[in-house]
Design a protein around this ligand. Structure first.
Ligand SMILES: *[C@@H]1O[C@H](CO)[C@@H](O)[C@H](O)[C@H]1NC(C)=O
Ligand SMILES: CC(=O)N[C@H]1CO[C@H](CO)[C@@H](O)[C@@H]1O
Length: 702
C-alpha cells in the first residue's frame, strides 16, 4: 500500500489555497469483480507537529479518520467504473476546505485482474500569492497518475489557475520533461483555460516521475505574470511486467548427508515493476521435482528470498545423483504474473558407505623366519565416489598381534589391505596367530556406520633351521707352542628345531694352516700340527678357523661358527745378526754397527747382549749401542789385509742366543775411506782360509 506523507510548511498563512493540496494522493487497490475493499490513507501534517484535523466525507459509505485515513464502511459497487465523492476539512481557524476523491477501476488488457485506484486530487490548482515568504517556493504535493490508462485521450488532470484571472485574461504554458523537453508532448496545457492534459498512456518502467513548470502571463497586459510553479507527476505502477529469472538453469550442489534445513543455493528473478509494491515483489514456489525419490518433496524454497534448502534428509548420491526442480516465480504475492525456471541440484558424495571386506575369514600358512613376507591380501568394496577419500581405505590390526610381528598397509588399488611380517615368526615359540583387522576410509564416516572386520588365522610353518653356534664367534688364548693333540676348546652348536631331535656333526671348514682338528661328534678341537705365531696365516697374533655344524634332516641345514685363537707368544726365536759380509780398513776405522733380528715380539726380543766366540776375541772387540739393539764391531789391532771370519753370539733378554758368522774383509787402508788394493801375493792369505773353515764349522754346528 502506498502511503505518502508530505511535510508542508507555512500552511496557516495560505490555508485557503493550499489545503486541498494537503490531501495526499494515494492509490490502491485491490478489487474482485466490482467490489472494492479499500483502505487508503490521507495525511495532513503541519510543521508544529499537529495533525488533528476534522474531516467529513460527503458519501457516507466512506469514512475519514482524524489522521486522514479513508476507510470503506461497506461494499461499494462502481456502476460507471468510477465514483467521485467529496471530503471536507476544517482548519484551526474554522475555515472549511473541500477535496474531491475519485475511485476508479483500471482493467488490464491481458489480465483478469482489476485494479482499483483511488485518486484524491484537487480540481483546481492555483498559483500561490507572491509574498516575502513565498520566495522560498511553494512545494506542491505530487500528482499521481496510473500508468497504462486507456483514455480516451487527452485526459484532464487539473486546471491551473491564476488569481489574476479575475482581473484580466491569463494565458498558461508548461515546460520541462514531458512538455517541451523529451519525451515531448506527453503533457499539454490549454492556453486559455489552464487545463493540464495528459495525451497518452504512461509507462512507469520508462519514466516514473515528471517535473513540469507551470507559467501564467496576462494575455493583454504586459507586466502581469505569476512566478513559475513546479508540478510533480508520479506514475502509479501497474503490474505490467513479468518476473524474469537471472539465469536458467540455476546449478547447485549439496552433500548427500546434509540435514533438514540446510540451505545451499538461491534462485533469483527480477521484476521491472515498482519494487515497493506487490507488482514488483516476486514469490517463489517449487512446482515439481525430478526424480521424485526417495520422497517427492526433498527441498523447500524460501518464498521471498528464493533460497533452496533441504526439506527431507535421505538423499543418496549412489542412487539419485541429480535433481531437477521446476520453480515458478510470480509477482503479486504469487498471484500475479509468473515465469518458470529450473534448478539443477547435484548431490555430492558423503562417506555414507563403509568399506566392506569381501571375505571376512582367512586362514593362511607361512613359513617361520621370513621377514617382510606377505601373509595375505584383504580386498574390500566401497560404494562411495571412486578416487575420493570417502572411498580409499586404511587398515588396522586391532587384536591378535602381541609382540608386533605383523603390519598392514593399503595396497596400490586402494581397496586392499596387505598384511606382512615385520619380525621373523618362530614356530618353536608361537605356532598360530588370530588377527582381527578393521578397515576405514581416509575420510571419517558420516554418522555411525558399522566397521567391517576380517579375521585372519596365521599358521606358522616349521622349517629346518640351521644349528646355531653359541657364541657365533668364539675367542680363546693359547700358547703358540701347544703340543700336538692338546685339547684347545669344545665349541658346540644347538639346533633351534627344538621340536625334533636332530643329530649334529661338526666339520672343520677353513683351517688354512692345517693346524687343527675337530671331533665330528663332540666338537672338541685339538692341535693337529704345531702352531706358529710368526706364520703368515696369523694376523695380529690371531688365527681364525670356521667350524660347521650340520644337522641330519633330509635336506640338512648347516650353521657356521668362527673360532679365533689368539696365540700367546713363546720365545722360540734367538736373535741373529743380519749382516754376513762387511769390509773395513785396518787402520783407524770407526766401529762397524751390526743390526739384529729376533722374530719373537716383546718380551722375547731386545734388549740384546753380545759375546765374541773363540779366536775372534783375540783381534776383535764388541759393544752394544745405546738402545742395545745394535752391535759395534771394532778391530783390536791392525790386521793384515785379508778376509777374516768373525763369530758373534747374540742373546735376547731371556738369554736365548744364537751364534752368527760374519765374513769381514779387512783392507790396507785408513779410516772410513775403504779401499782394497789388489792382492799383492795372489791367492788367499792363510788367515783367509782359516776364516772360511771357521765359517763352515759354524754352519755345521747349527
Ligand atoms: C742401535 O743399532 C740398531 C741396529 O743397527 C739401530 O736400529 C738403532 O737405531 C741403534 N740405536 C741407536 C741409539 O743408535
Ligand atoms: C784368529 C786370527 O785371525 N788371529 C790373527 C790375529 O792377528 C795376528 C796378527 O796379525 C795374526 O797372526 C793371527 O792369525
Amino acid at each position: 500500500m502506498n502511503y505518502l506523507n508530505t511535510q508542508y510548511c507555512g500552511w496557516k498563512n495560505k490555508l485557503s489555497k493550499l489545503l486541498p493540496l494537503m490531501f495526499k494522493a494515494t492509490s490502491i487497490i485491490f478489487c474482485l469483480k466490482h467490489l472494492i475493499y479499500l483502505k487508503s490513507s490521507v495525511t495532513f501534517n503541519n510543521c508544529d507537529g499537529r495533525t488533528r484535523t476534522l474531516f467529513q466525507s460527503v458519501d457516507k459509505r466512506f469514512d475519514v479518520n482524524t489522521d486522514g485515513t479513508v476507510m470503506l464502511q461497506r461494499q461499494v459497487t462502481l456502476h460507471d467504473g468510477h465514483k467521485v465523492f467529496s471530503v471536507h476539512a476544517w482548519d484551526s481557524s474554522g475555515k472549511k476546505h473541500t477535496v474531491s476523491v475519485k475511485v476508479e477501476h483500471i482493467r488490464h488488457h491481458k489480465e483478469h485482474h482489476m485494479d482499483t485506484v483511488m485518486n484524491i486530487s484537487p480540481e483546481v490548482l492555483t498559483f500561490p500569492k507572491s509574498s516575502k515568504r513565498a520566495k522560498r517556493g511553494w512545494v506542491i504535493p505530487p500528482f499521481h497518475v496510473p500508468e497504462n490508462s486507456r483514455g480516451p485521450f487527452p485526459v484532464k488532470l487539473v486546471q491551473i489557475k491564476s488569481d489574476y484571472a479575475k482581473e484580466t485574461q491569463m494565458q498558461y504554458s508548461i515546460t520541462g520533461e514531458g512538455a517541451n523537453e523529451d519525451p515531448k508532448g506527453i503533457f499539454t496545457v490549454e492556453r486559455l483555460s489552464g487545463n493540464l492534459l495528459v495525451t497518452q498512456p504512461l509507462d512507469r518502467e520508462k519514466k516514473a516521475s515528471y517535473r513540469l513548470i507551470a507559467h501564467a502571463t496576462a494575455r493583454d497586459v504586459s507586466n502581469i505574470e505569476e512566478k513559475p510553479m513546479e508540478i510533480v507527476i508520479n506514475v502509479i505502477d501497474q503490474n505490467d511486467n513479468r518476473p524474469v529469472f537471472t539465469q536458467n538453469p540455476f546449478n547447485g550442489h549439496v552433500h548427500e548427508a546434509a540435514g533438514k534445513g540446510y540451505e545451499f543455493m538461491t534462485v533469483t528473478a527480477t521484476d521491472a515493476d515498482d519494487p515497493e509494491t506487490n507488482n514488483g515483489i516476486v514469490s517463489y514456489v517449487i512446482v515439481s521435482q525430478e526424480p521424485q525419490f526417495p520422497k517427492p518433496n526433498m527441498f523447500d524454497i524460501n518464498i521471498l528470498s528464493g533460497t533452496i534448502r533441504v526439506r527431507e534428509p535421505g538423499m543418496d548420491r549412489e542412487q539419485w545423483p541429480r535433481y531437477t526442480l521446476l520453480i515458478v516465480a510470480a509477482d503479486m504475492e504469487g498471484e500475479g504474473l509468473a515465469t518458470t525456471g529450473t534448478a539443477v541440484i547435484t548431490i555430492n558424495d558423503s562417506n555414507d558407505n563403509p568399506p566392506q571386506f569381501e571375505q571376512t575369514l582367512h586362514t593362511v600358512s607361512i613359513p617361520e623366519n621370513e621377514l617382510g613376507a606377505i601373509v595375505t591380501k584383504l580386498t574390500v568394496t566401497d560404494g562411495d565416489e571412486v578416487g575420493s577419500p570417502a572411498w580409499s581405505t586404511k587398515y588396522r590390526i586391532i587384536s591378535g598381534d602381541k609382540g608386533g610381528f605383523f603390519s598392514v598397509s593399503t595396497g596400490p588399488s586402494q581397496l586392499e589391505g596387505i598384511i606382512t611380517t615385520v619380525k621373523p615368526l618362530d614356530f618353536e615359540k608361537t605356532k598360530q596367530y588370530v588377527l582381527s583387522v578393521v578397515v576405514e576410509n581416509d575420510d571419517p564416516f558420516v554418522g555411525s556406520l558399522p566397521t567391517s572386520t576380517a579375521t585372519v588365522t596365521v599358521h606358522v610353518e616349521d622349517v629346518n633351521e640351521p644349528p646355531e653356534f653359541n657364541p657365533k664367534e668364539k675367542v680363546i688364548f693359547k700358547p703358540e707352542d701347544s703340543p700336538v693333540d692338546t685339547v684347545l676348546v669344545t665349541y658346540t652348536a644347538t639346533d633351534p628345531d627344538t621340536g625334533k631331535s636332530q643329530k649334529m656333526t661338526y666339520k672343520m671348514w677353513a683351517d688354512d694352516a692345517g693346524w687343527l682338528s675337530v671331533s665330528p661328534e663332540t666338537g672338541v678341537i685339538k692341535v693337529r700340527n704345531l702352531m706358529d705365531r710368526e706364520s703368515a696365516y696369523v694376523k695380529d697374533g690371531k688365527y681364525r678357523v670356521i667350524i660347521l655344524a650340520v644337522d641330519d634332516a633330509t635336506s640338512p641345514a648347516t650353521g657356521t661358527g668362527t673360532l679365533v685363537i689368539e696365540l700367546e707368544n713363546v720365545n722360540d726365536n734367538a736373535p741373529i745378526i743380519n749382516e754376513s759380509n762387511i769390509t773395513i780398513c785396518n787402520r783407524g776405522s770407526a766401529p762397524f754397527l751390526l743390526s739384529i733380528t729376533d722374530k719373537d715380539g716383546p718380551p722375547f726380543g731386545a734388549p740384546f747382549s753380545v759375546e765374541t766366540q773363540g779366536e775372534t776375541s783375540k783381534n776383535w772387540s764388541t759393544s752394544m749401542n745405546d738402545t742395545s739393539t745394535g752391535v759395534f764391531l771394532q778391530l783390536k789391532s791392525t790386521l793384515e789385509q785379508g778376509d777374516y771370519n768373525v763369530v758373534l753370539r747374540v742373546y735376547d733378554q731371556h738369554r736365548l742366543y744364537q751364534d752368527s758368522s760374519i765374513q769381514a774383509t779387512v783392507c790396507d787402508c785408513t779410516g772410513d775411506q775403504v779401499l782394497c788394493a789388489k792382492n799383492r801375493l795372489g791367492g788367499l792369505p792363510l788367515s783367509g782360509v782359516l776364516g772360511i773353515l771357521g765359517a763352515i764349522s759354524t754352519l755345521l754346528r747349527m
